[in-house]
Write a protein that binds this ligand. Structure first.
Ligand code: IMP
Ligand code: MG
Length: 189
């Protein structure tokens, strides 16, 4: 993936490099939506987004899934404002829907250590869904601590902390339309 030039603005000034452009994200999201559309033909589908990072991806992805579907959200504790996983996972907001007997597709922004999703899939499996699959926009396999079965991956990225398109650093930068890397001084601020 080649780095694109970024014009100056207070928000963009913090960016060192664009890893995946807005168009690159959109193209891949369309492809993921097409595959999911084919795979879930004729099946009841509940798409579950993991807050908050998934907000932008979820909105774009479901518009590329051309099937009747329902959506729901979960929130789990994650990094706080640091860039390292605490390993502690807690459900902050549970599903509103019952998933027993349903086809559930979990949508996540990024899988890093895998701790969040391995915990979440175990918790949801106990509710006996008809099927449980995972779609993640980004995957950092080099950082994996806990095994996770991922059916749909947007992009595999190297071990760098990324922001934008929903992903944050200290709750900022979610509104960038692309996925990028911050200047080193921003992380230590
Ligand atoms: P895991 O439990 O280590 O797989 O962490 C998953 C969560 O950590 C993601 O949903 C993000 O909220 C956060 N995370 C991991 N890596 C990054 C990153 O590079 N940028 C922003 N958030 C990240
Ligand atoms: Mg997240």
């Amino acid at each position: 993936m080649s780095a694109a030039a970024v014009p100056r603005s207070p928000l963009l000034d913090a960016i060192q490099e664009v890893l995946i452009s807005e168009d690159g994200v959109a193209d891949r999201v369309r492809e993921l939506g097409e595959r999911i559309t084919l795979d879930y033909q004729g099946r009841d589908l509940l798409v579950v987004g993991v807050l908050r990072g998934v907000a932008l991806f979820m909105g774009d992805l479901i518009r590329q899934i051309h099937l009747p579907l329902e959506i729901d959200y979960m929130a789990i504790s994650s990094y706080g404002s640091a860039t390292k996983s605490s390993g502690v996972v807690r459900i902050l907001k549970d599903l509103d829907e019952t998933i027993t007997g349903r086809n559930v597709l979990i949508v996540e922004d990024i899988i890093d250590t895998g701790l969040t999703l391995s915990y979440l899939t175990r918790a949801l499996e106990e509710r006996k869904p008809a099927s449980l699959a995972i779609c993640t926009l980004l995957d950092k396999p080099s950082r994996r601590v806990a095994h996770v079965d991922v059916q749909y991956t947007g992009f595999t990225v190297e071990d760098r902390f990324v922001v934008g398109y929903g992903l944050d650093h200290a709750q900022r930068f979610r509104n960038l339309p692309f996925i990028g890397v911050l200047k080193p001084e921003v992380y230590t601020r």
